[in-house]
Unconditional design. Structure first.
Length: 389
């Protein structure tokens, strides 16, 4: 079976040429063209590759690390768990540290674009997840809801500061989390939106009116809802009341069983529906590593039994996207196609990632082979299989 944006194709035949989907048909009505290399995927479910909008690290590395081997190791880990594209995400740090990290991430993104050969393979021969752009999480967030972000490094949103980040990243910032209630936040939201950035409301103590002002200014997404946000109150609904009820806004959730109770996952999924529910991992360097102490930006995090904490506060996760998909299906009582869409089609729409997140003619041939239960068996990026090692 193959999952398209609108349907499921039984006994599928998908033709790929130069990293793009050329044709999707059924094996019972279409013969394989002569001279074509054939991959028989057996009874597996073919699904679009997953896209992680919020990823701090994995395999022992943080995306803000200076180590040159860091991003390749993270990207190989991501591919094993079905993520074919991702947005390396910063965490609040001293200004100079953030600017240097943005420059390195921009270098990495541009290098990946340049080093692709005609078939999409990297020069080192290892096909792995590709960074699409940078997610700037902080420093324009509220002290009252900063979570694990170092409060001493938070900054008031100003256009001149956003411009410094933009220049350091050479325009590669594609997402930004911001608290809309902060002074000048609507101006920064409007300018970032004008430049094509997906502005996401988060780490916020906003009341309902302030959240709506941010949405009107251009923010159409919300970061890890319920976490690092003013709690929902039946007489003062605040930012949660705004983002859950405003149809202009999609939301992302961390479905690890730690950040949200399964009942809240089902509530969000029911309220926002299969079109506006997005899965993220918020994964840190400890992902796929044993318990211990790990880096998140400039500080250390304790990792025990699936919980990442600093000074008693949650600080990211060790969630992988394939597990998030399975958890969402179970917690929200969704079928596999809807859960898969929350990790593929929906994040692609949010980030305006053209030709990603779907299996359709003309789309990038980034796809997975899953078991009916959502376990990842094989990962293909640009039509080429990724190593499971």
């Amino acid at each position: 079976m193959l999952l398209t944006p609108t349907d499921a194709v039984e006994h599928p035949l998908m033709l790929v040429e130069q990293g793009r989907v050329l044709e999707i048909s059924c094996r019972t009505s279409r013969q394989v063209p002569a001279g074509v290399s054939v991959f028989d995927l057996g009874d597996g479910v073919m699904a679009p590759g997953y896209i992680d909008l919020h990823l701090h690290g994995g395999a022992g590395y943080d995306v803000m690390d200076e180590a040159t081997e860091g991003l390749p190791a993270i990207e190989q880990l991501l591919a094993r768990h079905g993520v074919t594209s991702y947005f390396p995400t910063t965490v609040t740090a001293p200004m100079d540290t953030t600017l240097r990290a943005l420059e390195r991430l921009a270098d990495a993104i541009e290098t990946r674009h340049l080093e692709q050969d005609l078939e999409g393979q990297t020069r080192d021969g290892k096909n792995r997840a590709r960074p699409l752009g940078i997610h700037l999480e902080g420093p324009f967030i509220n002290h009252a809801r900063c979570g694990a972000h170092p409060p001493e490094n938070l900054l008031a949103p100003k256009l001149i500061l956003f411009e410094r980040f933009w220049q350091a990243a050479r325009g590669r910032i594609r997402m930004m989390t911001i608290a809309p209630e902060l002074e000048n936040a609507p101006d920064v939201i409007a300018e970032a939106t004008r430049r094509g950035v997906c502005v996401s409301l988060g780490h916020s103590d906003a009341d309902f009116a302030a959240a709506e002002r941010g949405i009107t200014a251009g923010a159409h997404h919300a970061t890890h809802v319920f976490n690092a946000m003013r709690p929902l109150d039946h007489r003062s609904p605040g930012i949660l009341g705004a983002v859950l009820t405003d149809r202009r806004v999609s939301v992302d959730i961390i479905v690890d069983g730690v950040h949200l109770d399964p009942a809240i996952v089902k509530l969000v999924a029911d309220v926002k529906g299969p079109e506006q529910t997005v899965l993220i991992t918020d994964a840190i360097s400890a992902t796929d590593m044993p318990d211990g102490r790990y880096r998140l930006g400039c500080f250390e995090v304790d990792v025990r039994d699936g919980r990442c904490t600093v000074h008693g506060k949650l600080a990211g996760s060790v969630l992988t996207m394939d597990r998030a998909v399975r958890n969402l299906a179970r917690f929200a009582e969704w079928d596999l196609p809807r859960a898969v869409a929350a990790a593929s089609r929906n994040p692609a729409r949010v980030a305006q990632a053209a030709n990603k997140g779907v299996l359709a003619v003309g789309a990038d041939a980034d796809f997975l082979v899953l078991t009916p239960e959502g376990e990842v068996l094989r990962t293909f990026i640009g039509g080429l299989e990724c190593s499971r090692c």
